[in-house]
Design a protein around this ligand. Structure first.
Ligand code: IPM
Ligand code: MG
Length: 354
């Protein structure tokens, strides 16, 4: 099989973790005779420096015509001016919207070997294995925004809009996924206060009726935030709107020991997907060669699974990562000293013996 992959390494540690991921992908795909063709383009701050915008039309077109997009991270202090009208994050949002990838999949697993790295008591982490599905192309991120002066005071407005179709499609995704797992969906909303959440809950309830074999519970977002820490193993598939998902997944990252461990996949109606580690650009360690490549490598595994249909190869990468972690390999964010290259080499070696 031949596949075209667009690499968007971006800023900060993005290029370092993407290079690591390409090595692992080439090895596991190449071993079974698959050929991955890469194109490399700019996104985020480096694109602003070169083209004046965070995402050019050409790059979006290249993304649309590839089988999958692998993104590093965008942003950094250089482009942080709050008054600036061009911002690196516009690159990611433009890509998510432009590719119509409305379901963001963020698996969160607590590796027992990393229990000492998490601030939570080890016994709370036993059995933590959830997937958070975050709606990615609607809500506050994309609603109408305004700044205006009213009665001499500056005022800002963001709007939160969801229609029933946008809710239904991601909730269906959650139920289909739950059927392959522990058959439990937690729909997170704020239905006691917010109108879009009341619609969310109604649609989620309707969809749930089509999956009698899967349990559903509705949890308010504030309670969900608490339960993520108090009883994290009680979640299987979590589905929620864009902003709640953004906040809850950073919180959930603590369960895995470090943001550096978490992958993500974003999918729409086709198998073409956008894959990115959940961590950001980490400007403090960029260029030092010590970034944890695991989040990106696991994002590569999700790409093998969801966009390229290479389930065995995806599972192999995930197993290799687990073995490497169990063997005690740790980059600095997990309290160890291994460099990005050393972690990558360890994953490659683990792949070879599997
Ligand atoms: C994430 C990030 C992004 C978001 C930023 C970088 C735009 O926090 O992927 O969670 O808010 O969605
Ligand atoms: Mg976030």
């Amino acid at each position: 099989m031949e596949c075209n992959i667009l690499l968007l390494p971006g800023d900060g540690i993005g290029p370092e973790v993407i290079d690591a991921t390409v090595q692992v992908l080439d090895f596991v795909a190449g071993r079974r005779g698959h050929k991955l063709h890469y194109t490399r383009e700019l996104i985020g701050g480096c694109s602003i420096d070169r083209h004046g915008v965070a995402l050019t039309g050409e790059v979006l077109t290249a993304a649309r015509s590839s089988d999958a997009v692998l993104l590093g991270a965008v942003g950094g202090p250089k482009w942080d001016d709050p008054l600036g009208t061009v911002r690196p994050e516009q690159g990611i949002l433009g890509l998510r919207r432009g590719l119509e990838v409305y379901t963001n999949i963020r698996p969160v697993k607590a590796y027992p070997a990393l229990a000492d790295v998490s601030p939570l008591k080890a016994e709370r982490l036993v059995g933590v294995d959830m997937v958070v599905l975050r709606e990615l192309t609607g809500g506050l991120y994309f609603g109408e925004k305004r700044r205006e002066v009213v009665n001499g005071r500056e005022q800002a407005l963001d709007t939160l809009v969801y229609n029933e179709d946008e809710i239904r499609r991601i909730v269906h995704f959650a139920f289909r996924l739950a059927r392959t797992r522990r058959k439990h969906v937690t729909s997170v909303d704020k239905a006691n206060i917010i109108e879009t959440s009341r619609l969310w809950r109604r649609v989620a309830t309707q969809v749930a009726a089509e999956y009698p074999d899967v349990a559903i519970e509705h949890v308010l977002v504030d309670t969900a935030a608490m339960r993520l820490i108090a009883r994290p193993a009680s979640f299987d598939v979590v589905v929620t709107e864009n902003m709640f998902g953004d906040i809850l997944t950073d919180e959930a990252a603590v369960l895995a020991g470090s943001m550096g461990m978490l992958p993500s996949a974003s999918l729409g109606d086709s198998v073409r997907g956008l894959y990115e580690p959940v961590h950001g650009t980490a400007p403090d360690i960029a260029g030092k060669g010590i970034a944890n490549p695991i989040g990106a490598i696991l994002s590569g595994a999700l790409m093998l699974r969801h966009s390229l249909g290479l389930e065995a190869e995806a599972a192999l990468v995930e197993k290799a990562v687990e073995n490497v972690i169990n063997a005690g390999c740790r980059p600095p964010d997990l309290g160890g000293r291994l460099t990005t290259d050393e972690m990558t080499a360890a994953v490659l070696t683990a792949c070879k013996v599997l």
